[in-house]
Structure formats: C-alpha cells, structure tokens
Design a protein around this ligand. Structure first.
Ligand code: AP5
Ligand code: MG
Length: 189
C-alpha cells in the first residue's frame, strides 16, 4: 500500500489482508510499537516520528527490513508504509529476491491534499496519534511528496503500479481496489 499520510493505507490494507486471510504488516505500527517499548530502535526513531520526518533508510532497512518483507508468511501479505523511499524500494527487492518472494502489486492511493488534512485533523482531535497535529500534518505531506512520490515512477517503470482513486467512502475505495487487484492476484496464482 503506497500513499500519502491519511490516504487509507492502514484502513484499506487491513481490510484487504482480512479478505485474503493474510497478515497486514505496517512499518508505522511496528515503529510505534518500538517507541512504546522504548527499544533502541524506538528511542532512535521517536523524535523523527513526532516531527513527521522519515526514519533514516539505513536504520529502517537494517532494523525492520527483514521483518516487513515477512519471509515466513505463506500465501503472501499486505505491506503498508514500506518501502517509502527509492533506497528502501531497492533494498526491498534485494531482500525479497534473497527469500524467493515476488512483490506482485503496488496499490497507490491517490487523493487530494485537502482531504488528507481533513482526515488527519479529525483523527488528531481524537488524540489517537502524536503526529496528527496541524503543524506536523503539513510537514508529513511535504515529506511524502519529496521522498515517497518518486516511487510512483519507480513502480510504473516496473509495471506493477495500480493507481486507485482514494476519495469517497471506505467501501467505495475498497471496491475499486478489489476490482483492480483481483485479476492481478488470479494471474499470480
Ligand atoms: P505511518 O504509520 O505509515 O503513517 P502515515 O504514512 O503518516 O499514514 P497514516 O497511518 O497516518 O495514514 P494511512 O494512509 O494509514 O491512513 P489511515 O487508514 O490511517 O508512518 C508514521 C511515521 O513512521 C512516519 O512519519 C515515519 O516517521 C515513520 N515511518 C513509517 N514507515 C517508515 C519507513 N518505511 N521509512 C521511514 N520512516 C517510516 O486513515 C487515516 C484516517 O482517515 C483514519 O482516521 C481513518 O479512519 C480515516 N479514513 C480512512 N479512509 C477513509 C475514507 N475513505 N473516508 C473517510 N475517512 C477515512
Ligand atoms: Mg497508517
């Protein structure tokens, strides 16, 4: 699942994983768990996460690269939030190759910035996440454009990008994903 903050990577990723009975693996959730447990990775990552910056590629790749590519998940998995830079994507291919795993499809949730802001501000009002405040939300969106958006071209070049209109209700977006993805998954069986 590829997309800006608030685009629904988590919401749609979980739904998709449940539908196909496979794990949903979110790098953000993993990192937040490390922060809660105050592990060395959590301590190294907490400030950047609170600011809305990405964690250094080397740190992310070395600490959770193997974990998120899930070599132990038969039947596949849904990956959310990783890779999110070209350096991570290149590393992900190396790790996948080493474990004989094929990355079948990249679902890119495309959605206007105003709607993202509204969603994240709404979640911020419920105080669910420390990075959902107005100042940090804008920065996360800028970081996405600068560091993650280049992956759209990267995966278009590898012919596995599926662009989904991320606006509308959760069910509408989910239906678009299923329509686009089902033929790809059937072909990969
Ligand atoms: P991460 O946890 O990945 O957060 P994010 O990219 O900022 O995105 P969100 O989780 O906020 O949004 P989402 O796209 O999952 O949408 P959601 O379904 O929640 O990363 C957090 C931080 O960790 C990063 O800033 C970075 O520091 C670090 N990090 C993580 N991975 C990294 C990596 N690989 N490398 C380096 N650093 C990394 O939906 C958002 C809200 O909208 C929810 O409230 C939801 O209920 C609502 N919503 C969803 N769909 C709809 C809809 N259709 N209509 C209305 N509301 C909706
Ligand atoms: Mg998320």
């Amino acid at each position: 699942m590829l997309g800006p903050p608030g685009s629904g990577k988590g919401t749609q990723g979980q739904r998709l994983a449940a539908r196909h009975h496979v794990p949903h693996v979110s790098s953000g959730e993993l990192l937040r768990d490390h922060v809660r447990r105050q592990t060395p990775l959590g301590r190294a990552a907490s400030h950047a996460m609170a600011r809305g910056d990405l964690i250094d590629d080397e740190l992310v790749i070395s600490m959770i690269g193997e974990e998120v590519i899930r070599p132990d998940a038969p039947g596949g998995f849904v990956l959310d939030g990783f890779p999110r830079t070209v350096a991570q994507a290149t590393a992900a291919y190396d790790i996948a190759l080493r474990h004989g795993i094929t990355l079948h499809a990249v679902v890119w949730l495309d959605i206007p910035r105003d709607e993202l802001r509204a969603r994240l501000q709404a979640r911020g009002a419920a105080a669910a996440r420390p990075d959902d405040n107005s100042a940090t939300i804008g920065h996360r969106l800028d970081v996405y454009v600068a560091q993650t958006l280049p992956l759209v071209e990267f995966y278009t070049g590898r012919d596995i990008l599926i662009t989904i209109d991320g606006t509308g209700t959760v069910d509408q977006v989910a239906a678009r994903i299923d329509t686009a993805l089902d033929p790809v998954l059937r072909a990969g069986e």
